[in-house]
Design a protein around this ligand. Structure first.
Ligand code: NAP
Ligand code: MG
Length: 404
């Protein structure tokens, strides 16, 4: 078979532990036999991050800005135990955090829907994608424990020295105070990433805050989303038959439960933290959750939502058999290849990405799956494979699909 040719490289970011093992196998078995892969390779494995003082992560992020598309393996975010295990020079920050900051991006998480892995909410027929504004609010708060009677104030000193002051509360006894902030610029970038993503996947956007109560703070979020929509996106949304829908957060939650899915739900930071965990467990499995970081300028970085599956890796190192699910990592590759194909107008690359995803879904729906899914599937008599056995089974299906 003639391999599909590429024009522009994909930024490939290798990672750690079990997902690094799967990464190599996916590339060799499911990509390289079909695609004349052009990739610019960055080793984000912890050893190499340490060797380069984490420079490699920054270089990889800048390469995504340059080329527009990246695919990333899960990586270790070091803690004290990892510093000891890998004899690190320091506790490096999360690579995902570093990359997201450089892209000024937003992370969208979407479940992969497969027959036989049931949702807990029976009317969710299509994926619900969730976006989280990962900047500011309570995650960067300043807190104060009020010891006793006194006045809590909100004070802002402008650069020119002008002072604005408001009383928050007259305390008659002990209590608590909290200050939070956000930036117009960050909210605007977030809004653009959300509208871009929706245009990309051709889905409606929902956004919700509590602006009936928080008229200025949440109200600002609402206004910025509306302004960005009206000025930059309404026309494109209408051309694509898409809608932007704003509602109150409690109403959004009620509607989500009753919806059939197929929408993108943009959340403020805290709402996204809470509801992304709710959605991923309700959709069945973290190993079936994909993740893409989208920049306001339209750069895309694809990955799996899960981590490096450390426990399985230690088993693998001991020579024991593992049954680690590679589906979300394969979908990270297919997402990146499809996007590359769309941007470079290579229809064969787009259809290859479709075939690869279909091969994965057909494999699972035929009853062949890794242990994590075999435990929860409603299909009768599932066949449990080991980590590599699953990839080999997908390869068989892919061979059949690409022959047609
Ligand atoms: P994890 O790698 O997501 O795994 C937690 C548990 O979930 C596993 O032990 C396994 O359960 C199950 N699991 C997750 N993915 C699976 C898969 N593909 N197939 C089968 N089972 C799967 O989280 P962690 O163990 O808490 O974190 C390990 C490392 O990953 C940490 O160093 C963390 O920093 C990093 N991390 C990276 C990212 C990222 O790069 N995006 C995200 C999260 C965490 P059983 O053990 O019960 O089989
Ligand atoms: Mg959380």
């Amino acid at each position: 078979m003639k391999k599909i040719l590429m024009k522009t490289p994909i930024v490939e970011m290798d990672g750690d532990e079990m997902t690094r093992v799967l990464w190599k196998r996916i590339r060799e078995t499911l990509i390289e036999p079909f695609v004349d892969l052009k990739s610019e390779y960055y080793d984000l494995g912890l050893v190499h991050r340490d060797e380069t003082d984490d420079r490699v992560t920054v270089d990889a992020a800048n390469a995504i800005l340059k080329y527009g598309v990246g695919v990333k393996c899960a990586t270790i975010t070091p803690n004290a135990a990892r510093v000891e295990e890998y004899h690190l020079k320091k506790t490096y920050p999360s690579p995902n955090g570093t990359i997201r900051a450089i892209l000024d991006g937003t992370v969208f998480r979407a479940p992969i829907i497969v027959r036989g892995i049931d949702r807990y909410v029976k009317n969710w027929k299509k994926p619900i994608t969730i976006a989280r504004h990962a900047y500011g609010d309570v995650y960067k708060n300043t807190e104060f424990r009020v010891p006793g009677p006194g006045t809590g104030k909100l004070v802002f000193t402008a650069a020119d020295g002008t002072v604005s002051e408001q009383t928050i509360f007259e305390f008659k006894g002990p209590g608590i105070l909290q200050g939070v902030y956000n930036l117009d610029e960050s909210i605007e970038s977030y809004a653009r990433s959300c509208f871009n993503y929706c245009l990309d996947v051709k889905q409606d956007l929902w956004f919700a805050t509590k602006d009936t109560i928080s008229k200025t703070y949440d109200g600002r979020f609402r206004t910025i989303f509306e302004t960005v929509y009206e000025n930059e996106y309404r026309e494109q949304f209408e051309q694509n038959g898409l809608t932007y829908f704003y509602t109150l957060i409690d109403d959004a939650v009620a509607r989500i439960m009753k919806s059939e899915g197929g929408i993108v739900w943009a959340c403020k930071n805290y709402d996204g933290d809470v509801f992304s965990d709710m959605l991923s467990s309700a959709f069945g499995s973290l190993a079936l959750m994909t993740s893409v970081c989208v920049s306001p300028k339209g750069c895309f970085e694809y990955e799996a939502a899960h981590g490096t599956v450390q426990r399985h890796y230690y088993k693998h190192l001991k020579g024991e058999n593992t049954s680690t699910n590679s589906v979300a990592t394969i979908f990270a590759w297919s997402g990146a290849l499809r996007k590359r194909g769309e941007l470079d107008q290579i229809p064969e690359l787009v259809s290859f990405a479709d075939c690869l995803e279909k091969a994965v879904i057909d494999t699972i729906e035929s009853g062949v799956m890794t242990g994590d899914l075999a435990l929860i599937t409603t299909l009768p008599d599932p066949v449990k494979t080991d980590s590599f056995g699953f990839i080999d089974a997908v390869k068989q299906k892919l061979d059949e699909l690409t022959k047609e």
